[in-house]
Design a protein. Structure first.
Length: 72
């Protein structure tokens, strides 16, 4: 009877070790995905900044042109 209990315990430990390994693999995969997404976010923020800066410059130039037109 003790042998059966050890067998059950051994099976549970095997399952636990397997699950632990699976979780480590998943954690690594998720960490890599997160790093990639962080990079994408940084690139998109730079793009937004570039577009915003360009828009501000365009707005300023349009204002200058409108002022010049008002003088005419």
């Amino acid at each position: 009877m003790d042998f059966d209990r050890f067998k059950v315990l051994e099976e549970k430990i095997d399952l636990l070790v397997k699950r632990c390994s699976e979780l480590k693999d998943e954690n690594l995969r998720l960490s890599q995905t997160l790093a990639q997404k962080d990079l994408e976010v940084r690139e998109l923020r730079k793009e937004i900044e570039r577009i915003t800066s360009g828009r501000e410059e365009a707005d300023s130039r349009i204002e200058d042109l409108l002022k010049k037109m008002e003088m005419v």
